[in-house]
Design a protein around this ligand. Structure first.
Ligand code: ZN
Length: 171
């Protein structure tokens, strides 16, 4: 059963519902049990139980559907391409927040998470090797709230297009 929310545009177990247009996204992951994992060049990290938000954007071929399809399907697959691929071995995706806004919003979204969402940045440089952000991965004991995030985003950027929620990918 899918919960109805104001932001819910789609509700499916598959990334096929996502548009193949470019856009920005946040993958909300849950880690049920603390575990030490290796994250490529970032080394070994003890991953705490709780929720993680990973911010990215997909402006290449395949758009949001292609990129998020990769994140959804990457669990348990050995070859890691992005930092999040390592985290996926122990984390399940619980929500995907996305917008097909043509402006690349990922660093702005990371800024909001860093400054205004009461989250922590346990792994500096995670997903932010190519930008000035401290991290693109944010930790919280509680699941981050899309309504709160959406309010903040729309107050920062009046022209920001709608942020959608897709739920129940796994578990
Ligand atoms: Zn960034």
């Amino acid at each position: 059963m899918c919960r109805k929310t104001k932001f819910r545009e789609s509700c499916d177990h598959s990334s096929a519902i996502l548009p193949n247009q470019p856009g920005t996204y946040a993958v909300i992951l849950h880690v049920p049990r603390m575990k030490k994992i290796s994250i490529g060049v970032l080394g070994e990290w003890m991953i705490e139980t709780g929720y993680y938000a990973y911010i990215g954007s997909a402006f290449g071929p395949g758009g949001l559907r292609g990129r998020l399809g990769h994140h959804v399907q990457s669990r348990g697959h050995a070859k890691a391409h992005w930092h999040i691929d390592y985290l996926r071995s122990i984390a399940e995706i619980v929500e995907i927040w996305w917008t097909d806004d043509a402006i690349k919003r990922e660093h702005g979204w990371a800024f909001i998470f860093h400054e205004q969402m009461d989250t922590e940045t346990p792994i500096k440089g995670f997903g932010s090797s190519d930008c000035a952000c401290v991290s693109h991965l944010f930790y919280s004991h509680r699941k981050p709230n899309i309504r709160r995030f959406s309010r903040l985003a729309h107050s920062h950027w009046k022209d920001h297009l709608r942020i959608h929620l897709a739920v129940h990918f796994e578990g």
